[in-house]
Design a protein around this ligand. Structure first.
Ligand code: F6P
Length: 745
């Protein structure tokens, strides 16, 4: 390519030069020779005429006198002139025959001629000599013309020199213009390949600058419209394929990195075997199918006892084990780091702070320092894993409030989508955190900051307004802080649809039979289930109290109604959680003691980890699923229960303080703090006719199907693609403006 280019350039240089020289050799020099010869001949004609006129009278007298020697001396004096080479007089009486000579050649018939002799070219002219009217003879004047040749040679030299210089100049100018046009063309093609529009290589500078951003703007606008159309038209069909399409078409296949504290697969050592666990985590439930579709890298804390033994030397492994589609990058934390960052600042500080569940947040400087340190460690790993300068980074949850800004500082081109999975409280509540400003500023390093509900978005915006000097555009939900623009939007999280187990799960009747067998229950039992981490925000105590109240108010259900609580142990190193577990155990035991009898216990408390497919069987076996969180960002248990019920039976009792309550209007909504109301809702659920159950369940299933997790991720990624696109356009406009504005002298 480069060689070809230099050959072309050389040709552009040589061609004009060669053309100039050829013109010079074959056209111009002979023409100039001819012209100069004519000028000189004319000049000599005039000169000869003058000399002849001057000599005429004297010569005529001398001829008349017959004074030959005097004529000779007259001629000798005359040829003193340096150019007059020779003179002759031809005697011509009227009877003299012209064929006898003494007449110069006159090929032109114009009375003059140039004769080439050995001594060089000569100019020869004949003038008549008269005495009165009688013609005596002719005076022949011969001029030397060698000087004409000398002067012509000089002129030719000057002329050739001048034309060679001119040729070189023209060649250089041609090469220069050609070079500019080549560059313009190349950058035009490059720009087109980059999809940046048409660069006009020869167009006036201003028109190119005007057209270029305009074309890009138009393209950006069209892409925007396309995205909006997609999200509007295809709402009912969000699937892994569609999500992959968004990544491919809208994000141009850019790399996706997810960062969360909890990992999607945990390897633990059980006896001598290594066991694989799927953690009880709403975040993992939601993101795992998304990552299967996106095939990126998930960066998370490696917390399992056998995690070290299952990674490669870069701390990576391909997951899910049965069909690897993405990479899990594990990050190791020391016990002190885990204690300070995870247990301390995140779970004793931020968790109760954001949930307002009447547990006092605890803030310690040492925990904060570990939190900063671990956030920095994860920022390092993000930069390590990023293969490009502008990856899409999905930062998850309250463990990483500082991470967005840390990433932004090191990867300014990254699109950072942060999702806060838990509630955001009002400014007064948040304001008790000693590091509130740092946390908010950290989050405002995000391109997009997502919450489950608009209410939480508003709380966040109010908090920023209260504690930071930032520019808030409520109309467009954007916050401008420290030169970064963050869009704050609600993205209600959801679950995979159809569920992972949809194809090979047992029929509902068999699930029920299996669960009843495991729980040692009669066939006609009315079964309630609750599935939670053992966490004080989940309202498990309130739920048990509601069961107790139901049995008090409706004693006919004693012996008939059983409530199975699956409680995954969680954060058990923390005192608050230990107390909570013992409170739950004590309460269950008390209620069981009060209403239990031979072979019957109204509450089955199962404090252990259950694999998700087993949990799914409990959902399918239940008459009622109870979610009574005191405060919850979304709560995906409610949606999982709905997804599991393809028989369109079963009732959902749902706390009004969950994000899910904003979407699932066909659930029986309750205030978990109100025991009687909850007991009444339980009762209503147990007596609800099958038809009503079907209508409610069908409507909720349609909603969860439509607003599934692919749509959740797709909505954020589409918004990110839009912002990315706009950022690219505005960067280009700024660059163009900078190029167009001359620097001050
Ligand atoms: O959904 C909220 C959340 O805190 C997630 O961030 C987390 O993965 C999950 O609950 C379980 O908590 P943990 O990871 O502390 O066990």
């Amino acid at each position: 390519m480069g060689r070809l280019r230099s050959i072309r350039l050389s040709l552009r240089f040589i061609a004009p030069l060669a053309i100039t020289l050829a013109l010079l050799a074959y056209g111009l020099v002979p023409l100039v020779d001819r012209l100069t010869l004519r000028w000189w001949v004319n000049d000599l004609d005039t000169r000869s005429q003058l000399i002849a006129n001057t000599m005429h009278d004297q010569l005529a007298d001398l001829v008349a006198q017959g004074a030959g020697p005097k004529i000779n001396s007259l001629f000798m004096r005359a040829i003193q002139d340096e150019r007059l080479y020779a003179l002759a007089y031809c005697d011509e009486t009227p009877t003299y025959p012209s064929s006898l000579g003494c007449r110069p050649p006159d090929p032109t018939g114009e009375g003059h001629s140039v004769v080439r002799l050995r001594q060089g070219p000569l100019h020869v002219v004949q003038h008549p000599v008269f005495q009165g009217t009688e013609r005596l003879g002719s005076l022949i004047l011969v001029h030397d013309m060698s000087f004409v040749e000398r002067r012509s040679a000089d002129t030719r030299r000057y002329l050739i020199g001048m034309f060679v210089v001119l040729g070189i100049v023209i060649s250089l100018v041609t090469v220069f213009i050609a070079h500019l046009s080549w560059r313009g063309w190349v950058s035009g093609v490059r720009a087109l390949l980059r999809g940046e529009g048409i660069v006009q290589p020869f167009g006036p500078a201003s028109s190119s600058e005007d057209v270029h951003p305009l074309a890009s703007d138009l393209r950006a606008l069209l892409r925007d419209l396309d995205m909006t159309r997609r999200s509007r038209d295809q709402t009912a069909n969000w699937s892994p394929e569609m999500l992959r399409g968004v990544l491919r078409e809208q994000l141009l296949g850019d790399e996706v990195l997810v960062v969360s504290n909890r990992e999607p697969f945990i390897h633990v050592r059980a006896d001598k075997e290594i066991e694989l666990l799927r953690p009880a985590s709403g975040l993992v439930t939601a993101l795992e199918p998304v990552m299967r579709a996106c095939s990126g890298t998930w960066i998370a804390h490696g917390s399992g006892s056998a995690d070290h033994s299952t990674v490669d030397r870069h701390d990576r492994l391909r997951v899910p084990p049965e069909k690897p589609t993405y990479t899990l990058r594990r990050v190791w934390l020391s016990p002190e780091e885990e204690k300070g960052y995870y247990a301390g600042f995140a779970n004793e500080g931020l968790w109760p702070l954001c949930h307002i569940a009447h547990v006092r947040p605890i803030f310690r400087t040492a925990d904060w320092e570990q939190y900063v340190r671990v956030n920095r460690r994860f920022a390092d790993v993000v930069c390590e894993e990023a293969r490009t300068e502008d990856p899409v980074v999905l930062v998850q949850d309250y463990h990483f409030a500082l991470l967005p800004r840390m990433i932004r500082e090191r990867l300014p081109g990254a699109t950072i989508i942060t999702f806060w999975h838990i509630p955001w409280p009002n400014p007064e509540s948040f304001g008790i955190c000693p590091w509130r400003e740092e946390l908010i500023a950290g989050l405002l390093g995000s391109t997009i900051l997502g919450f489950h509900t608009r209410f939480h978005c508003q709380n966040f915006v109010e908090t920023v307004d209260r504690f930071l000097e930032a520019r808030i555009e409520r109309e467009s939900s954007t916050i401008s802080y420290g030169g970064d623009l963050t869009r704050v939007e609600p993205y209600p999280i959801s679950i995979q649809w159809p569920s992972e187990w949809a194809n090979d799960q047992l029929p509902v009747a068999l699930c029920r039979a299996k669960v009843l067998r495991v729980e040692q229950l009669q066939d006609d039992v009315l079964l309630g289930v609750g599935v939670d981490r053992l966490d004080y925000t989940k309202g498990i105590v309130e739920r048990f109290l509601a069961v107790e109240r139901l049995l008090e108010l409706h004693p006919e259900y004693v012996g008939r109604f059983v409530f199975v609580q699956i409680a995954a142990p969680s954060r058990s190193s923390l005192e608050e959680y230990q107390h909570f577990e013992s409170r739950v155990r004590t309460l269950a035991a008390r209620i069981n003691a009060r209403f239990g009898r031979d072979g019957y216990q109204p509450i089955h408390l199962k404090v252990e980890h259950h694999p998700p497919q087993i949990v799914n069987e409990y959902y399918r076996a239940a008459n009622v699923c109870v979610v009574t969180s005191l405060h919850d960002g979304m709560n995906l248990v409610a949606k999982e229960f709905i997804a599991s019920r393809d028989d369109e039976q079963g009732v959902l009792v749902l706390s009004q303080f969950t994000g899910a309550a904003r979407e699932l209007h066909d659930a029986l909504l309750v205030n978990p703090y109100h025991g009687e109301q909850c007991a009444e809702a339980l009762y209503r659920a147990l007596i609800m006719p099958a038809d009503e159950q079907r209508v409610r369940m069908r409507s909720m299933r349609r909603l969860v199907q439509e607003f599934n997790v692919y749509r959740w991720a797709g909505a954020m990624l589409l918004d990110a693609a839009r912002l990315r696109n706009r950022r690219r356009v505005s960067q280009r406009i700024v660059e163009h403006q900078r190029e167009a504005t001359p620097l001050p002298e």
